[in-house]
Design a protein around this ligand. Structure first.
Ligand code: ANZ
Ligand code: ZN
Length: 848
């Protein structure tokens, strides 16, 4: 039969897509009761969708459609993360209106999302740049301000000289601005912060309650960076060395046990005591200036961002590592040895961590050892390795950081270092020279940006009242429409009237001015999943009841590049809002799935490298189903996809076979030639169908969509075999009736979440009125799976009298029942006195 219609997805895909969109097929109008909150990271509208979006949405949509078919009520919203720098850059470089640019990109992305059949809830769309949205972002700021969790202070901040803005630490990568690539400078500025550090312990503890990939949890743990140690007091050595003579200097150390090995002492260059004592020293002034041009990351790693290329091996990196230091004009006294040790300023000690000063233990800290070798300073081993090797203080180049016992440490010699850590801390605490402390690497979240395409910070600065939040009922503080992006600096700040056009909300002072900064776009995205619950409300940011029922979202899908920032900020915001009574949940996202990347020929795709594949190329040629199927067949969701290794043509070919198989069957049915196949052929196919359902369902449950597809391909072949076998088997043109239809319907329902269009179309062609997407997930007839059965021997009084077929793993009672049935005729007049069962093998009935 060759005359069935060819598979041409363009003839029906767009139509189904538009219908699903226009009829709001996948809306969840009613958020009462329980359900599954399926959340995917909302896109940034910088142009049309790219392959990364297509991948994550294909994975996410398959997950969602499968859940719906298993009977879950699923809430699956989408929106756009629409504020941000690219719009502003388009305005600056090309004179575009940032608002028009943004909404045009959203329209383009939205129509692609619709065209690809992603089953989002189109009734609850939000854009973070809508005043109806950012009104509530500002409300969030005011809430945090009222709670004492938003505050303003002068700080050394990361200044990006190209983008002309302050960056959060998180946005500085290897000393460079995340977006611009410019070397970031440290400059003092007054900025707004959110007090995320208040939640440091809870942000750590909460990680144990959520189902996220370990690498993401570890990234968060490292970012929070909790360490236990002690603050130990040293004294400056004045004319006569001795404890207590000079000024106290407190250091933070995680290893008080190594105190006897502290052979020198290092201050952050900006440390006030150093600034005071070295005020007249020209070398010092030059040194401080030099250090100011380096970012924290460069300072700690010892690399210049300008010089560090990726791909250098470790040895080359080590060789290139420099610690810039300066000998100071005083010494300090080690409180346990009573000996004076030289003091240095060095850039690898940061001012805003711990106390800004350290005791240096070169034998057991690599940074200290590198510096000691560079400056020719003493090295003293105080921990002897557990494995019995001996460290040579004069020649060692690797600091020893492993386990061991104390040496060269007076009364503490012989103790395990952990024990010594406790005792030394306790002893020094008793003397008043130490205090056990906990430290965090986490810093407060710097949220102000000197940008104009963002949510304005809703604060008025009044000469009399200070910082006054704009009252909630006067929000939003709107962005003006007539910003001039050709100015150097912040267009919002330089707007002729905007910041002056306000009076103090508290006292009416007409001299008051608006805050001219906008919020980091990570603030916008730290709460959008709450707003989805009712994105049009103008009375509240989100409904507290629904939020408490739907949060944490059951599943979040998105890129691992958000392992720290977005995910940590969202967790903080939910916890802070919970403490203000606005939501009951402790966490925003219960489970997290990070998709792999789509790369090409082993490298990241990029426009500048000229190796960019865009979704349009694929779906215009082969259809959306082929794009989706190719994405999911290429790898497990978590693994990267190299587009050079995949075959949309191959996927398209398989879908064409499915198409043909279904239409040929329909033709046979209407021609009346679709009699049942021979018993053997039908039984084989029915069994293949049951197997595919069992194995395929397990793959869907565990999200191994690639192997699920492989099973559906096998089922396609089995179905083809059945129809061919019938053709050639000479059984009177039996082309497969019921068994073939059963196989086809199972195939289509299981393929529906992955390839929603072809399955919808064929479902109709098979004569169904409703949508395949409203079908229940197929159930296998497990009685057909005879592999799961075993044959046992039945004995009567030790002699073999029969055999029985039982389910593998059947229990004693089932085995006995099967055995009695198998030899029922011999038991008629007998009484069974004893039953001996060898599971899976034999039942012996002892009668008498
Ligand atoms: C002595 C020592 C001996 C240290 C040793 C480590 C190993 P975490 O775990 O990250 O908190 N440190 C303290 N303040 C610092 C600063 N402002 N800038 C740079 N380094 C600083 O690291 C704590 C350790 O980092 C501290 O413990 C200190 O070095 C150093 F075998 O003190 B340690
Ligand atoms: Zn005032």
């Amino acid at each position: 039969m060759n005359d069935v219609e060819r598979y041409d997805p363009t003839s029906f895909e767009a139509e189904h897509a538009q219908r699903w969109h226009d009829e709001r097929t996948y809306s969840t109008p009613d958020l009462s009761g329980e359900g599954f909150y399926a959340l995917t990271m909302f896109p940034y509208p910088s142009g049309d969708l790219h392959m990364g979006h297509a991948e994550i949405f294909s994975i996410h949509d398959t997950l969602v459609r499968h859940l719906r078919m298993t009977g879950r009520k699923v809430f699956n919203p989408i929106g756009w993360d629409a504020f941000g720098l690219p719009a502003e850059n388009a305005a600056r470089n090309r004179g575009a209106d940032p608002k028009a640019w943004t909404y045009a990109n959203i329209d383009e992305q939205r129509s692609t999302v619709v065209r690809l059949g992603y089953s989002f809830d189109w009734d609850r769309v939000l854009h973070t740049c809508d005043p109806e949205y950012y009104r509530w972002t500002q409300w969030l700021f005011v809430e945090l301000f009222d709670a004492g969790l938003a505050y303003r202070r002068e700080a050394l901040v990361n200044w990006d000289p190209v983008d002309q803005t302050v960056l959060a630490n998180e946005q500085v990568i290897d000393g460079r601005g995340e977006r611009s690539g410019a070397i970031v400078q440290r400059v003092p500025r007054t900025q707004w912060f959110f007090r995320i550090t208040d939640y440091a312990d809870e942000l750590l503890a909460g990680l144990d309650t959520i189902d996220w990939p370990d690498r993401v949890k570890n990234a968060q743990r490292n970012w929070v960076g909790r360490s236990e140690g002690a603050e130990v007091t040293f004294w400056t050595a004045e004319s006569e060395p001795g404890v207590g003579d000079g000024e106290p200097v407190v250091v933070y150390t995680t290893r008080p046990d190594t105190l006897f090995g502290a052979t020198y002492f290092v201050f952050a260059p900006e440390h006030p005591l150093v600034a005071e004592r070295m005020a007249d020293d020209a070398d010092y002034q030059a040194f401080v200036e030099q250090v100011a041009s380096r970012s924290d990351v460069e300072r700690v790693s010892g690399f210049d961002a300008a010089g560090s290329g990726n791909g250098e091996d470790e040895a080359a990196q080590r060789a290139g590592r420099t610690k810039r230091g300066l000998r100071l004009n005083f010494d300090l006294v080690n409180p346990v040895t009573g000996q004076p040790v030289p003091a240095y300023a060095a850039d690898y000690v940061l001012m805003d961590y711990g106390t800004g000063a350290i005791m240096a233990v070169p034998a057991h800290d690599q940074r200290d050892l590198d510096f000691a070798r560079q400056e020719g300073l003493d090295v003293r081993v105080v921990i002897a390795p557990t494995d019995g090797t001996t460290l040579d203080a004069d020649t060692m180049t690797e600091a020893y950081v492993g386990d061991g016992t104390m040496v060269n440490s007076g009364d503490y010699d012989g103790l395990d270092w952990r024990e010594a850590k406790q005792r030394i801390t306790a002893d020094l605490e008793a003397q008043g020279t130490a205090k056990a402390t906990v430290n965090y690497r986490l810093r407060d979240w710097l949220v102000s940006r000197q940008r104009s395409w963002g949510a304005p910070i809703p604060i008025v600065h009044c000469g009399d009242c200070g910082q006054v939040p704009v009252p909630r009922d006067q929000l939003p503080v709107r962005l003006p429409d007539d910003l001039d992006f050709s100015v150097a600096g912040s267009p919002l700040d330089l707007h002729p009237t905007w910041k002056y056009d306000v009076v103090c909300p508290a006292c009416g002072n007409e001299e008051a001015v608006r805050d001219v900064d906008t919020m980091d776009t990570f603030v916008d995205s730290s709460w959008y999943f709450l707003r989805y619950l009712d994105p049009t409300s103008d009375t509240e940011p989100w409904p507290v009841d629904a939020a408490s029922r739907w949060l944490p979202a059951d599943q979040y899908t998105g890129g691992v590049e958000h392992a720290v920032l977005h995910l940590l900020y969202s967790r903080f915001v939910v916890k802070a809002m919970r403490d203000r009574g606005h939501v009951a949940a402790d966490e925003p996202f219960q489970a997290l799935l990070n998709q792999g990347q789509v790369i090409l020929g082993g490298a990241a795709m990029s426009k500048s490298r000229g190796n960019l594949v865009v979704p349009g190329e694929v779906y215009e040629t082969y259809g959306a189903d082929t794009l989706r199927g190719t994405m999911l067949f290429a790898s497990a969701p978590e693994d990267d996809i190299d587009w050079a290794d995949v075959s949309p043509a191959g996927m398209h070919k398989w879908l064409s076979r499915v198409w043909r198989l279904a239409l040929e069957h329909v033709a046979r049915e209407s021609a009346g030639t679709a009699q049942d196949a021979s018993d053997d052929v039908a039984a084989t196919l029915r069994r293949a169908t049951a197997e595919a359902i069992v194995a395929g369902s397990a793959d869907f449950e565990s999200r191994k969509y690639n192997t699920a597809i492989a099973k559906l391909m096998s089922l396609t072949n089995a179905t083809l075999d059945a129809t061919r076998g019938a053709d050639s088997g000479g059984r009177g043109g039996a082309h497969g009736g019921a068994a073939v239809r059963e196989a086809l319907e199972a195939l289509l329902t299981m393929l529906a979440p992955i390839c929603p269009f072809i399955t919808e179309e064929l479902w109709r062609r098979l004569g169904h009125d409703g949508s395949v997407h409203d079908q229940r997930w197929p159930q296998a007839d497990t009685s057909l799976l005879v592999d799961d059965e075993v044959e046992i021997v039945v004995q009567v009084n030790g002699k073999v009298r029969g055999r029985a077929t039982v389910a593998a793993g059947a229990d004693r009672d089932a085995l006995e029942a099967a055995a009695r049935e198998a030899v029922a005729d011999q038991l008629v007049d007998a009484t069974v006195r004893k039953v001996i069962v060898v599971p899976g093998k034999l039942v012996n009935l002892v009668v008498g």
